[in-house]
Design a protein around this ligand. Sequence first.
Ligand code: SF4
Length: 192
Amino acid sequence: MGEDFISYELKEFKLFEPLFRWARKKSLWIVAFCTGCGGIEMPPLFNARYDLERFGMMPNPAPRMADLFLITGYVTPKTLKRIIITYEMMPDPKYILAHGSCPINGGVYWDSYNVVKQLDKYIPIDVAIAGCMPRPEAVMDGIQEIMRKIESGEADGWKRYRENYEWYRKNQDELFGEGWREKDAKRWLAWL
Ligand code: SF4
């Protein structure tokens, strides 16, 4: 094994990638951002009955320190702006697990003017769990699936977001109007 080969492997992180993936799946920190009815299913997941902490998971208020984003139900355009900004603040690699039927197709709000019908047009979802609302066992099943995908390298939403940023940005701008980030940032100035 030549020196070039070793330095290439180290530079590209190919040599240690399986170890990194294993370590990542074993300590997922969840950004505590509850949307929709499924937010009420979050606390039971961390109590003594279902106990997600045994998988090394922890709810966390800071997106900079989290790597798993749970979208727990329907999303309105107003909330989606906050979700996009929070997601972009999280460091790579990061993963999204959506639960409930609403993020997949709008669920019971399929004809509402104020619910986003297909969330993965705006941010990349790695695993989605159907149900209204899914039981904690189903959410745990989804978490097992995302852990499996992290280990195999299939959980690549963060890469897709980077590579197809123009497409995601176009969809976001179509929904909110161009310049929505700047407008939203200045929105509260008039109230100061
Ligand atoms: S899928 Fe059902 S439980 Fe979940 S947010 Fe939608 S309406 Fe609420």
